[in-house]
Design a protein around this ligand. Structure first.
Ligand SMILES: Nc1nc2c(c(=O)[nH]1)N[C@H]1C(S)=C(S)[C@@H](COP(=O)(O)O)O[C@H]1N2
Ligand SMILES: [Mo]
Length: 296
């Protein structure tokens, strides 16, 4: 139980750090510790994944394709003075600090999360709806897609410094404007009521629960409003395997394996994968009239 007294103590501890220690990570932790977000009532009655499993079973290729090594290598990731640049088809370019970002109304959102690798989890994210930031950016009528870019920093990301990087960097993802404006689309700054751990995409990442996990780009530094559909990292890597839309669809197999079932982290048995990862009611209208076999 967080009592007002505990809250007060936490705040005071934070104040003691002084203005010089106002780095984004402590700012984030304090904001989240102060429980400055609304709780999710879990109306879908989802079974939340074990926190240790969910925060340590990661894909973050900039660190390593090996999940354990990625976690180990991420530990000293420096997110100080983190900025997000907003540019492209908007009224005027903007640069936001994490302090600016944390002014958006934070909410807890318990979402299913499904990776193309066929594992899945249920995560209580903390973040805010991307549409709030889009409203602030005031895109022009020319803006048809939103393009997201991860930090490029060879000093911090071993695979970016490698002679043969696994994928092309910086990691890029994109959404159609209506997908980006959907209330389910989240910019997450925390999970399990705490600031994001570096391996999970600190200090800020995208979460699009009805799409395969690779769309949920980590450690974002740039958000651009563009006219044309951006080429995402995985689409460039293998366009026949990873389409731009990447909507979870149990009926469309990956060329090398079925997507009909998934294994929730910690479970022994698999379970059927749901259309749009269980968010069909909420999002299917976005794709009315589209051939989801062609536009995977
Ligand atoms: N920048 C970046 N973002 C990324 C990835 C990555 O390698 N680099 N991996 C993606 C994939 S494939 C998945 S499944 C999710 C995993 O998120 P998690 O490690 O927090 O579970 O992050 C996505 N975002
Ligand atoms: Mo993934």
């Amino acid at each position: 139980m967080i009592t007002p007294e505990a809250l007060y103590k936490k705040r005071r501890e934070f104040m003691k750090l002084g203005a010089g220690a106002l780095i984004s990570s402590s700012l984030l932790s304090s904001k989240l510790l102060a429980l400055n977000f609304t709780s999710d009532t879990n109306t879908k009655k989802l079974k939340i994944s074990d926190e240790e499993l969910a925060t340590n079973y990661v894909n973050f290729y900039e660190f390593s394709t090996n999940k354990k090594r990625a976690v180990a290598l991420a530990q000293n990731f420096n997110t100080q003075n983190w900025k997000i640049e907003l540019s492209g088809e908007i009224e005027k370019p903007l640069s936001l600090s994490m302090e600016d970002i944390l002014k958006f109304p934070l909410e807890e959102k318990i979402y299913r999360f499904r990776c193309v690798e066929t594992w899945s989890m249920v995560v209580p994210w903390v973040g805010f709806e991307l549409r709030r930031l889009i409203d602030m950016a005031k895109p022009t009528s020319e803006a048809k897609f939103v393009k997201f870019t991860t930090l490029l920093d060879k000093k911090q990301f071993p695979d970016q410094a490698s002679f043969f990087p696994v994928v092309e960097y910086p990691y890029v993802e994109g959404l159609r404007m209506d997908e980006a404006m959907h209330p389910l689309t989240l910019l997450a700054v925390g999970m399990y009521k705490k600031a994001l751990k570096p391996q999970n995409g600190a200090p800020i990442r995208l979460v699009v629960p009805w799409k395969y996990g690779f769309k949920s780009i980590k450690s974002i530094v740039k958000i651009e409003f563009v006219k044309e559909q951006p080429k995402s990292t995985w689409e460039k890597y293998a366009p026949n395997e990873y389409g731009f839309y990447a909507n979870v669809n149990p009926e469309v197999a990956h060329p090398r394996w079925s997507q009909a079932h998934e294994r929730a982290l910690g479970d022994f048995f698999t379970q059927p994968t749901l259309m749009f990862n269980g968010y069909e009611k909420e999002v299917s209208s976005l794709y009315a009239g589209m051939d989801l076999r062609k536009n995977y």
